[in-house]
Design a protein around this ligand. Structure first.
Ligand SMILES: *Cc1c(COP(=O)(O)O)cnc(C)c1O
Length: 420
């Protein structure tokens, strides 16, 4: 595990979190829109439509209603009493995004973008998925709206996540396997972009994290910032103060930026993102972009990327598919430079230990992605005094990972599922 570096903000350095991204989609030197001509038109159309929707109270009202009735918001803030006692230090609170419909925070964004697509008069939705969580959220939302839905998924991921493929198909989605390259998430995104260019009149592309070309990173953040807004209210109610530290795992960065956003201008609250440390910090063994990454451009966005000296994207590894991606969202890169958010990484083994610990101490099975944030939070809880309190974003539930955990723990005799 690598420790985060923080240089906490002072009042004189304060800034306006709402001023980013700027009109060209930049977060300081990061972000932007580095795409071929054929994509710049649909992105401009999307930027305009989102700008109008954002300013329209009727859009927010309709989204709020869906978040409540379809997704299950607000989610609870839970005090992990037994775990706190066991670790013996700071109080541990969990923001329960795992209780949302389809099992993770991803539905916040899927609902927001689907509603936007409806406003834009689109009838068809496409999305990429890695492990399947974003695909399942999108397929479910499309069934609700009656949209045609195509999910692009790497053939290798389809093999590993056969049950999720079946769940998407049950919700009426067509799942298209992608056979190019490493047959995983990066290729699925490329294929979805290709589809979008060809079918842009009828189709909206629901990108699943705070990544990609403008307007996606800022828009996806906006759809998730409700996580932090609720947390602030709930935490003040529970403790009469703000948390001393907030911790979230970072894949593309959507659950983390949604959780942190309302606290960026609260200098007393330490914010820490946790990347996947994988098997080791050797190249190819992890997905810690701030550990081995460099500035570059991937899939429309300038940010920190794991790449070799020739600019070829490095292979990545993590026990959790949702953190296993070579680029990090541009807003994270910006706040890292400013020292406002600190970043650590946690390896496969420690994540699995945290997965087991939360399950046995509290009866809550977390996603393996989430377990990375939990592992750092547990360590922090032992270091900080009892008067302090930390809050960890429980981004998703672990049912989807039970098989993989069983395999890693050496449990035998479980059935395997294969799907074409
Ligand atoms: C997808 C996913 C993540 C990683 O994505 P971010 O965009 O970084 O939030 C984390 N946790 C869960 C449960 C996920 O499904």
């Amino acid at each position: 595990m690598t420790e985060p570096t923080h240089s906490p903000l002072t009042d004189t350095e304060s800034f306006d979190r709402f001023s980013l991204p700027d009109a060209s989609g930049r977060f300081g030197p990061y972000g932007g829109s580095f795409v071929p001509e054929t994509l710049s038109h649909p992105l401009r159309e999307l930027t305009n439509a989102y700008g109008k929707a954002k300013a329209d109270p009727a859009f927010q009202e309709e989204l709020d209603l869906l978040l409540r009735t379809f997704a299950g918001r607000p989610t609870e803030l839970y005090f992990a009493k037994r775990l706190t006692k066991r670790l013996g230090g700071a109080k541990i609170y969990l923001k329960r995004e795992d209780l949302l419909h389809t099992g993770a925070h991803k539905i916040n964004n899927a609902l927001g973008q689907a509603l936007l697509a409806k406003r834009m008069g689109k009838q068809r939705i496409i999305a990429e998925t890695g492990a399947g969580q974003h695909g399942i959220a999108t397929a479910s939302v499309c069934a609700h709206f009656g949209f045609d839905c195509v999910i692009y998924m790497g053939a290798e991921d389809m093999r590993r996540q056969a049950l999720n493929v079946f769940r998407m198909r049950l919700s009426g989605a067509e799942v298209r396997g992608v056979e190019t390259g490493s047959k995983t998430l990066k290729e699925a995104i490329n294929e979805a972009m290709r589809d979008w260019v060809t079918n842009v009149r009828s189709t909206h592309y629901i990108l699943g994290s705070a990544l990609g070309a403008h307007p996606y990173p800022g828009m996806v953040r906006d759809f998730h910032k409700i996580i932090g807004e609720e947390t602030k209210r709930q935490f003040l109610h529970a403790e009469g103060k703000l948390p001393d530290e907030m911790i979230a795992c970072v894949g593309g960065g959507s659950n983390a930026i949604g959780f942190f956003f309302d606290f960026l201008e609260e200098p007393s609250v330490r914010l820490t993102g946790v990347e996947a440390g994988g098997r080791s910090l050797e190249q190819g063994d992890h997905a810690a972009r701030f550990e081995g990454g460099k500035l570059g451009i991937l899939q429309g966005c300038k940010t920190w990327i794991l790449q070799n000296p020739d600019g070829q994207i490095n292979p990545t590894h993590s026990v959790s598919a949702g953190l296993d991606y070579a680029a990090i969202g541009p807003e994270h890169a910006f706040y890292k430079d400013r020292g406002r958010i600190g970043y650590a990484n946690v390896g496969d083994e420690e994540a699995l230990e945290a997965f087991k610990m939360l399950s046995s101490e509290e009866g809550i099975l977390p996603a393996l992605e989430t377990s990375h944030g939990l592992a750092l939070g547990f360590r922090r809880a032992t270091e900080l005094p009892k008067e302090q309190a930390i809050c960890i974003n429980l981004s998703g539930r672990g049912d989807k990972d039970a098989m993989e955990a069983a395999r890693l723990m050496g449990v035998s005799g479980l059935p395997e599922m294969k799907i074409q």
